[in-house]
Ligand binder design. Structure first.
Ligand code: ADP
Ligand code: ZN
Ligand code: ZN
Length: 805
């Protein structure tokens, strides 16, 4: 093959297509589809993906440039994933290169470095000559100071120095130093005998090898530890030619020093068996089907996953399990590692770039057959997929909120069609979209209506906080919650307190005039951080100290208001001085491993109360937890989003599900200012079906999903007028071209009207037929190409928005 088609690492509309490159002699026969290459592009050298190789090029004869270098020995993307990437970019209206990159670990993305080379024979300033005297080329990072940089810039302008771009690889494999004997044992013994008395350390090392196994090889670090010697000793012996060193690649295994207790399949309950049998049949027949496993919390969904996976592995195939980032807790990982041991790779955002790369390579090299991971694990490069499981399928973290804006569920179904295998979506509170599909028979519904071993669902009571206030209780804890907390602790049982926090709750307010400080760039309330008494904007990072007096009315009564977890903890220690509390929020879990430590401390009974935010709502399974308290049920209800009722119901059901999961009976207390809202009322009876019916009614009335598809177009620019004008033109164009059954809302200022000094306007499109809209939107992007590339206008399109902000 003489030519390669390459998608290059440039994200602009004009370049969003493959370019032809000539394959040089030395790379002939080596370049394959799905490999990464380095190619010249304009003045630069950049990374690209080979999408095809071919004998001839239409451009042949013209000056087709040559591939500069090949980065991979085997393709990093399979044929299936290459095809999937075209589908993905088409479906999400993103660039081809963006879709390709989304499928690979960050370590394989190119980083570029500017490289400087002398060009021509003109004399350079002496400092610069000196810099170059030691090397042929210079990287930007080699420039010592600003002075030198300025001199260099002058030379570049005069054309005496050339700037080129070099691809810098980030894929550093971890290597460790291994030591072994270089000569036979007899020789070692002879040498040891000849060593002086002073060289006792060297003696120790030699004797270690003499008494050890033939051909013993171990890491330098281990050897030093075992013989109580240092690197210097080893160096001396290597120099004498008695030992030799080598470097071996190892995986950074974040789970390496942990023991996983091996678990065995449990005998399934009747309900579990029925669900499992349906999945097993589909597996046996190598069929593609989507199952919706709707099971109440504690109904044993995970055991069904585990046994289905076992079946898949027994067939010699592979499986992907997606779990939400937030519930990718050690508890969850243990359940998979415990059953399948080293066959499991784990991928989540808590891993370093290197660790992620290593987990990915285990899959790429067929060393594991199961991956448990967050959203992006859906792109695991398995070639023989037997099943995909998406746990907590209603979680919004399965939607990627940057380009390509894909939903892992859609990708899963696409991949499963290709591999002719089942997808299992599991949840106690499925999305309306999924449940509606299951009702229509598009998905097959599997129901688990009761908890394992027939434990009853926890009893839920709602407390009207307005009544509490009227009754004179100004505390954040209702009387009932206080009583229950005391009782629970007295019985030696544990409680989980959940603070429904969405960034609105911890702000500073003037008690006299009601003023709340806003971010000067984003039009949203700033969040109060107790540490350092500062206000922070969670969208753009703007930070300032808490003011002493109110900028509006001059009052000194401006202070922290609302409830952050720290605040609750303080209150809690006041009213229950003897309670031991573990607090889990972004502040206490920012360090690696701290999340896990706190949870295991709670599991070991080192605290009575686990207090936390969203991050404790999911997946926790502690037998001693009998009380769950929700401090503020309403926060999610008031976010500007048509899914707010659904989100509220999901969240309350999930949190309630943490109580009484084993032998002991559970109890849930939900504090609210809107007790009559159906999303809160129906949590009381754990009645998903009724919630579904009611919410579907609203969705139908308002033409929202699942009755309509939704797309969101957001325009942003520094000038408010320009933003509004473009948004307006787009809305007109949409109205004229989208067909009669589509409804166009807006343009309107986005709920967050400004982020990082850029104004934002949006249009919402409700539509019935997909293909038609896609074409219209592509035309819009094409039309505004120049504004986007040259005038800093951003037009972002979300084909299935989960965040309406
Ligand atoms: P879900 O994911 O549906 O909320 P889990 O899978 O966490 O439920 O199961 C709840 C508990 O029941 C877990 O502790 C699990 O080990 C246990 N369990 C599940 N299936 C069985 C079974 N067939 N027999 C006994 N215990 C089971
Ligand atoms: Zn004021
Ligand atoms: Zn801001």
């Amino acid at each position: 093959m003489n030519f390669a088609e390459v998608i290059v690492d440039v994200s602009t509309k004009n370049i969003d297509r493959p370019f032809d490159y000539k394959i040089p002699e030395n790379l002939k026969g080596m370049i394959k589809t799905g490999m990464r290459v380095i190619v010249p592009f304009g003045p630069r050298k950049i990374q690209g993906f080979v999408t095809a190789v071919k004998e001839t090029s239409d451009l042949a004869g013209k000056s087709v440039k040559e591939v500069e270098d090949l980065l991979d020995l085997t393709p990093v993307l399979t044929k299936e994933l290459m095809d999937l990437s075209s589908w993905l970019s088409d479906k999400t209206l993103s660039f081809k290169i963006t879709a390709l990159q989304a499928m690979l670990p960050a370590a394989l993305k190119a980083k570029y470095e500017k490289e400087l080379k002398i060009s021509g024979d003109d004399p350079l300033p002496p400092q610069i000559e000196r810099l170059f005297s030691e090397r042929k080329s210079l990287l930007y990072s080699d420039i010592p100071d600003r002075e030198t940089l300025k001199l260099i810039q002058k030379c570049v302008q005069k054309g005496n120095i050339d700037v080129t771009y070099q691809v810098k690889q980030k894929t550093n494999k971890k290597m460790i130093r291994m030591i072994q004997a270089k000569v036979p044992k007899e020789e070692l013994a002879k040498q040891a005998a000849g060593l002086s008395q002073n060289a006792s350390k060297q003696q120790a090392v030699l004797h270690f090898f003499i008494s050890g196994q033939e051909g013993l090889k171990l890491s330098a670090a281990d050897l030093c530890k075992k013989t109580n010697t240092s690197a210097a000793t080893l160096k001396a012996l290597i120099q004498k030619g008695l030992l030799q060193e080598s470097h071996e690649e190892v995986y950074r295994d974040p789970y390496q020093d942990r023991m996983f207790k091996k678990t065995k399949p449990l005998a399934l309950t009747d309900e579990q068996s029925a669900a499992y049998e349906s999945i097993r049949e589909t597996l046996d027949q190598d069929e593609h089907k989507v199952f919706l496993l709707h099971g109440v919390t504690g109904s044993g969904k995970t055991e069904i996953y585990l046994q289905s996976i076992e079946k898949v592995l027994a067939k010699g195939k592979e499986a992907i399990v997606l779990v939400p980032e937030i519930s990718l807790t050690p508890q969850m990982v243990n359940r998979f590692k415990g059953r399948f041991g080293s066959q499991v790779a784990v991928m989540h955002s808590g891993l370093s770039t290197g660790e992620k790369y290593d987990e990915w390579r285990k899959i790429h090299r067929n060393e594991v057959r199961l991956v448990v991971g967050a959203r992006s694990a859906i792109f695991a490069p398995f070639e023989n997929l037997g099943m995909i499981i998406i746990d907590e399928e209603h979680e919004s973290s399965y939607k990627q909120e940057e380009m390509p804006r894909y939903h892992a569920k859609e990708v899963a179904i696409k991949r499963a069609e290709h591999h002719s295998c089942p997808v299992v979506l599991g949840s106690a509170t499925p999305t309306l979209e999924s449940f509606a599909r299951a009702k229509k028979g598009v998905y097959e519904l599997l129901s688990l209506k009761s908890r394992v071993n027939q434990q009853v669902m926890p009893e839920v009571s709602l407390v009207d906080m307005r009544e509490e206030l009227r009754g004179g209780n100004r505390s954040m804890f209702s009387l009932e919650l206080m009583e229950q907390l005391e009782e629970t602790i007295a019985k030696g049982e544990q409680a989980v307190l959940f603070l429904n926090k969405r960034g609105y709750s911890s702000f500073v307010m003037c008690r006299d005039c009601g003023y709340v400080p806003q971010c000067p760039h984003c039009d949203i309330s700033m969040t109060y951080h107790r540490y350092g008494q500062r206000l922070k904007c969670h969208y753009c990072g703007h930070e300032e100290p808490v003011p002493n007096t109110c900028p509006e009315c001059g009052s000194e009564h401006i202070r922290f208001f609302g409830t952050g977890t720290q605040r609750v903890e303080e209150e809690l220690t006041k009213v229950l001085p003897n309670a031991r509390v573990i607090r889990m929020d972004v502040d206490t879990t920012s360090r690696k491993g701290s999340h896990e430590k706190l949870l295991s401390a709670f599991g070991e009974g080192k605290a009575d109360i686990l207090l936390g935010t969203q991050m404790i709502a999911k997946g926790l399974d502690f037998p001693n937890v009998t009380l769950v308290g929700v401090l503020s049920a309403d926060t999610t209800l008031h976010i500007p989003d048509f899914r707010s009722a659904e989100k509220t119901f999901q969240l309350l059901t999930q949190v309630s599900g943490r109580a009484g999961r084993h032998e002991k009976l559970g109890r849930v207390i939900i504090q609210t200012y809107t007790p009559s809202h159906y999303s809160i009322q129906l949590t009381k009876t754990h009645d998903y079906e009724s919630f579904f019916q009611q919410e579907m009614g609203h969705r139908r009335e308002q033409s929202y999903p699942p009755y309509y598809y939704l797309a969101l177009v957001t325009v942003s620019h520094e000038e408010v007028a320009k933003t509004a004008i473009i948004a307006d033109k787009i809305a007109h164009y949409l109205k004229a071209n989208c067909g009669a059954d589509a409804k166009i809302l807006g343009p309107a200022a986005s709920p967050i009207a400004r982020i990082k000094d850029r104004y934002r306007y949006q249009c919402v499109i409700k539509y019935k037929k997909e293909n038609q809209l896609s074409e219209v939107l592509k035309k819009i992007l094409e039309h505004y190409k120049r504004d986007i590339e040259q005038k800093h206008v951003t037009i972002s399109i979300d084909m299935n928005p989960y965040m309406m902000m």
